[in-house]
Design a protein around this ligand. Structure first.
Ligand code: FAD
Length: 397
């Protein structure tokens, strides 16, 4: 039986950040990481950006976790956890004893009930390799989903001279986040760049015949593509925690120090539900800054610090020649105020509840996240004129 000071289940960005957090406090303790993927930790955001839009290759995205003296056990999935005896067992029956455990199990893409493995549910290095191989020979690609991943991968394929058809149930690209008029303008922006946007529709069946996939839409429309990639949301990986008796509510529940209800079991990243005092809400966040900041804080706390995780995470995206950074709640169902009409402009989208700003998207504006955090912390009341003046002043500065 292996016996370690620190055991990390999961091999993603939160796991890597936790290992670095542990090492910042404890340069001696043994750290072992069980990593279900065959690859050691790497940055996921480039999979839908830089690897399609720059000369970067898979060699550029590794996180060098092993340089921190971490024993990485690859292609190994933790199958069960016994918190009473502090033991994890993997799928081969090997057991690992720990003094402190981190669950950084991340999330798994949701799947359609058809299409089997011919649809690439885009999340991993392996998914990138598969899509790149198809893109090397194929021409026409279907992107299912108009959210964060779908919008990025559609742009990535398009700038690689692929014919791209996007299909999604919302009215427009990023329609769950952007206010309707601006999302409609983003739709037009995608179409101007050559993407065929089929909004308000879902596929109803996918048939595979040799190298081609035939796509059937709900409205009866049919077409063929060389490959299909989907980004239709993710489900947090909570089964291990739930089977061990830890609290799970669409995410592994942790306290403000990132402990589960068991004192030597912590959790961090996409899989976790946590309390955020700035929004006075319990959140589960599926973005890089949260995975990194929360992972590091969990690692430090595992090594003996007792700090609270009160970070309000931000996120970002790049879409063709435009991009944004965002912080807080950015849900199109909230009241919104914006000074933007066209995706080529610079400006802000504010999201309000009860006359208080709960989130800000900085469109084509970078490095202003702290100003957004200050606005979210302010008591309000906020109104449209005041927020547009704030935007004008801040973006000029
Ligand atoms: P994951 O990255 O999901 O890692 C969890 C790991 O644990 C996986 O390797 C999984 O296989 C493994 N695992 C699960 N269960 C077990 C088990 N039982 N035993 C062992 N291992 C297990 N965020 C942004 O803010 N901006 C972006 O531009 C951006 N771009 C993205 C692009 C893509 C293509 C993707 C997929 C995500 C992007 N994100 C972005 C989101 C960001 O990458 C994630 O929030 C972050 O990677 C989450 O890290 P994590 O470690 O919590 O989970």
């Amino acid at each position: 039986m292996r016996d370690d000071d620190y055991l990390i289940v999961g091999g993603g960005m939160a796991a890597d950040a936790a290992a670095k957090g542990i090492r910042a406090v404890d340069d001696r303790g043994s750290i072992r990481m069980l990593c279900a993927e065959p690859d050691p930790p790497y940055k996921r955001p480039p999979l839908s950006k830089d690897l399609w839009t720059s000369d970067d290759s898979l060699d550029d995205i590794g996180l060098a976790t092993d340089k921190k003296g971490v024993e990485i056990v690859r292609a190994t999935r933790a199958a069960s956890l016994d918190v009473a005896t502090s033991k994890v067992t993997d799928q081969e029956g090997n057991t690992y004893r720990y003094r402190q455990l981190l669950l950084a199990t991340g999330a798994t893409p949701k799947r359609l009930p058809f299409g089997n493995d011919r649809v690439i549910y885009y999340r991993t290095r392996e998914d990138y390799r598969r899509l790149r191989e198809l893109a090397d020979v194929g021409h026409h690609f279907l992107v299912i989903g108009g959210g964060f991943i779908g919008a990025e991968i559609a742009a990535g394929l398009c700038v690689n001279d692929k014919q791209v058809t996007m299909v999604f149930p919302e009215a427009a690209v990023c329609g769950l986040m952007l206010p309707p008029a601006f999302a409609a303008a983003l739709n037009a922006y995608y179409e101007e760049r050559g993407v065929t946007v089929v909004a308000g529709r879902k596929p109803s069946a996918i048939e595979a015949a040799s190298d081609l996939l035939t796509i059937h839409l709900e409205n009866g429309h049919t077409f063929s593509v060389d490959g299909a990639v989907a980004g239709i949301g993710v489900t947090p990986n909570t089964d291990l925690a739930a089977a061990a008796g830890l609290d799970v509510e669409d995410g592994i529940v942790v306290d403000e120090r990132l402990r589960t209800k068991h004192p030597n079991v912590f959790a961090a990243g996409d899989a976790v539900r946590f309390y955020n005092p700035h929004l006075d809400a319990r959140l589960r966040v599926e973005h890089e800054d949260n995975a990194l900041s929360m992972g590091e804080r969990a690692g430090r706390n595992m090594a003996g610090e007792e700090e609270l995780y009160h970070h309000l995470p931000f996120f970002y995206s790049d879409l063709f020649d435009v991009g944004y950074e965002a912080v807080g709640l950015t849900d199109a169902s909230l009241e919104t105020v914006t000074d933007l009409k066209d995706p080529s402009e610079k400006g802000c989208i504010f999201y309000l509840q009860d006359e208080r700003v709960r989130g800000v998207v900085f469109w084509n504006v970078f490095g202003k996240i702290d100003a957004g955090r200050e606005l979210i912390a302010a008591p309000g009341p906020h109104n449209a004129d005041g927020l547009r003046a704030w935007s004008k002043e801040r973006l000029a500065g």
